[in-house]
Design a protein around this ligand. Structure first.
Ligand code: HEC
Ligand code: HEC
Ligand code: HEC
Ligand code: HEC
Length: 281
């Protein structure tokens, strides 16, 4: 009995060890010396000893056919996501705050869930598809016109967040926004939508304009503090702005929108409902 147990343990240990070795084996056979020389050197100097190639790059380590081995590969420029202290990831974090991605997206468990949950992308989407979504944005996402290096930094930040399972699984499924025709009865579409767009939790995307800022999540803490003196936007501040934008920002291009008090209250209430606290459950 004891001998059987020892044998069993030995077999398990051996299988485990050989699997560990096999995990990187085919990658290293090609990437040793020839194509990956620089990488492998860097990798050896660095902290990489505890992780297998596929932990960072994905791919299939059981084959020596390049195309198969590179299946769903994460290329070098998107492989920094494991290094949360790297310049690339820090740059990405800075851009996420600067461009206020979280006024519409949840990232690393924080943000308004008005558009797709970015924490799911690491599991579900290829890096090139994430790049394409940022470069050629959906109708209700702003076009940030970023350089390639900045887009790559954002991909790394999105993947870094997706590594954490507690974030990747906690959010509801993504919202899909249809590009409907203009609804003349909707006060935002009627009075603001020719210049602005926004995402709402209840009514989906509103407006078609591209010449003015996207107003998604205006009253949330994720919207840039662009009211007077770096203050956040609130109902009173917005009312003042609609009545006379230049009283708040002397050189602004937006002209006053003439609305009766009642209509203005209704517009704000419908568009940024405070009682249905965003993020919505
Ligand atoms: C049959 C040989 C072969 C195998 C097996 C192989 N590679 Fe490669 N790999 C290459 C060659 C050649 C290149 C450079 C040309 C290219 O990008 O396709 C490359 C490029 C790469 C790059 C850089 C791509 C970029 O553009 O940033 C990474 C990362 C990479 N391989 C990872 C892996 C991983 C991880 C494995 C194992 C799962 C693996 N490779 C298996 C031959 C191989
Ligand atoms: C902890 C994460 C991590 C692990 C593990 C890892 N890599 Fe990398 N790899 C990176 C990063 C980050 C880069 C980008 C380095 C750079 O651009 O200087 C990279 C770059 C590369 C490149 C491109 C090099 C070039 O000159 O463009 C290849 C090829 C590569 N890795 C192959 C491998 C192989 C093979 C293994 C397994 C032996 C491996 N990597 C393990 C993170 C990792
Ligand atoms: C004003 C709202 C808004 C802002 C701000 C915004 N996005 Fe988006 N984003 C969207 C919408 C709408 C979609 C399309 C998917 C959907 O309807 O949920 C989308 C889609 C994406 C996708 C593709 C998601 C998928 O499921 O494949 C990525 C990646 C993305 N955004 C990244 C970003 C990043 C990074 C930022 C900040 C630099 C950002 N977004 C800022 C609204 C926004
Ligand atoms: C004719 C076009 C036009 C209409 C209609 C319009 N806006 Fe604007 N709005 C702009 C422009 C242009 C800006 C950018 C001003 C600037 O950069 O100073 C702006 C800026 C804003 C801002 C400041 C956003 C920020 O982050 O700086 C808010 C808030 C705003 N508009 C709300 C509204 C609301 C609410 C309505 C409808 C009642 C509306 N706007 C109607 C053109 C318009």
């Amino acid at each position: 009995m004891v001998i059987r147990l020892v044998l069993l343990i030995a077999v398990i240990a051996l299988t485990w060890a050989s699997e560990c070795l096999a995990e990187s084996a085919s990658c290293v056979r090609c990437h040793d010396g020839c194509s990956g020389e620089r990488a492998v050197q860097q990798h050896q100097e660095g902290l990489l000893s505890t992780l297998a190639c596929v932990d960072c790059h994905r791919g299939n380590p059981t084959t020596l056919r390049r195309q198969l081995a590179h299946y769903r590969l994460i290329e070098a420029n998107h492989s920094w996501y494991r290094f949360t202290e790297s310049d690339v990831v820090r740059r990405g974090q800075h851009l996420v705050d600067l461009l206020a991605c979280r006024r519409c997206h949840v990232l690393a468990g924080k943000g308004n869930p008005l558009a797709a949950d970015l924490d799911r992308l690491y599991q579900q989407v290829l890096p090139d598809e994430v790049v394409a979504s940022i470069r050629v944005p959906a109708f209700f996402m702003p076009d940030f016109s970023l350089q390639q290096g900045d887009v790559d930094a954002l991909v790394n930040v999105i993947f870094a967040a997706g590594l954490k399972p507690q974030w990747a699984s906690s959010q509801p499924p993504q919202v899909i926004h249809f590009e409907n025709g203009v609804d003349e009865k909707n006060l935002f579409e009627k009075h603001c939508g020719s210049c602005h767009r926004l995402l709402t939790a209840k009514q989906g995307g509103l407006g078609t304009g591209a010449i003015a800022p996207n107003l998604s999540g205006l009253f949330s803490s994720f919207y840039p503090k662009t009211h007077k003196d770096n203050q956040p936007w609130d109902i009173q501040g917005l009312k003042k702005w609609i009545k006379n934008p230049r009283a708040i920002r002397p050189l602004t291009r937006m002209l006053p929108v003439v609305l009766q008090e009642q209509e203005m209250t209704k517009l704000i209430d419908e568009t940024w409902p405070l009682n249905v606290k965003e993020p919505l459950p």
